[in-house]
Design a protein around this ligand. Structure first.
Ligand code: ADP
Ligand code: ADP
Length: 231
């Protein structure tokens, strides 16, 4: 795991939208930080900048002590797991093939990919023999979400970015996924930035919570206990 430092980052989209005006935030190695705030306040924009899907218009982002703009984006993304709301599994690929996406891109030998895929499906609570050969449409929403997490972890990333990872499933499944995810995190201890608009989820999962407002302004940054105890 590595720390993530956002140092005065800004994002102005080409149409002039000031999605993030100036945000500084540090996430420690192995820490799970939740970004919470109203729709449109810039949360997804922040994650996409860390993953270099889009470039900041100002400021610096460090992974450990390395400036990510100095790292080739493709190589950077292989060190970062990314989980989004509707998972974005490839529909015409089996569950195993989906989980093996990044290892395949990295050119791992077939046997190693097979072993790793089985291991990951077990880790997220899916029996590889039962689910490995299914296609995404043959899974429930919660199962697809688990596959998304397994895929993101496949090449043992140093960082996990999660954008509303549990929002697309019903509340009962969501609670179970959250609990299992906490157990998983206790085992793998990744540096995680998780975006949500659900305060319960933030409190349940976050080591620290960053409360953002319009324009990606940081209103508060503290542990759940301190935030809830605050007047
Ligand atoms: P959140 O994830 O908090 O809902 P986003 O980061 O998605 O917020 O969006 C922040 C702001 O940037 C919003 O006003 C949104 O409409 C705008 N935005 C997002 N993506 C683009 C884009 N590609 N071009 C222009 N504006 C965008
Ligand atoms: P290609 O170079 O063949 O276009 P990509 O590197 O874009 O392949 O990866 C294909 C898919 O694999 C992506 O659309 C994404 O779903 C998944 N993927 C690869 N790398 C990452 C990453 N770092 N984070 C999240 N998803 C990734």
């Amino acid at each position: 795991a590595a720390s993530i430092t956002l140092d005065g980052i800004r994002k102005r989209y080409p149409d002039g939208t000031e999605a993030v005006r100036e945000l500084s935030l540090e996430v420690k190695a192995g820490e799970l930080v939740v970004l919470i705030g109203p729709s449109g306040c810039g949360k997804s924009t922040v994650l996409r900048m860390v993953n270099r899907l889009i470039e900041p218009t100002g400021g610096r982002i460090l992974l450990g002590d390395e400036d990510i703009t100095r790292v080739d984006p493709v190589r950077l993304r292989r060190r970062i797991g990314y989980v989004i709301q509707n998972v974005g599994l490839f529909p015409h690929q089996t569950v195993s093939a989906n989980v093996g996406t990044v290892p395949r891109l990295l050119g791992w030998p077939k046997e190693r990919i097979r072993r790793r895929t089985g291991e990951l499906l077990e880790l997220v609570g899916l029996d590889p023999a039962q689910f490995g050969r299914r296609y995404p449409h043959e899974l429930s929403g919660g199962q697809r979400q688990r596959v998304g997490v397994a895929r993101a972890l496949a090449a043992d990333p140093v960082v996990l970015l999660m954008d509303e990872p549990f929002s697309a499933v019903d509340p009962i499944v969501r609670t179970r996924l959250q609990e299992e995810f906490l157990r998983l995190q206790a085992e793998v201890r990744k540096t995680i930035v998780l975006v949500t608009h659900d305060l319960d989820e933030a409190v349940r999962l976050g080591d620290r919570i960053a409360v953002l407002s319009e324009g990606g302004r940081l209103e508060q940054y503290d542990s759940p206990g301190a935030l809830l105890g605050a007047p």
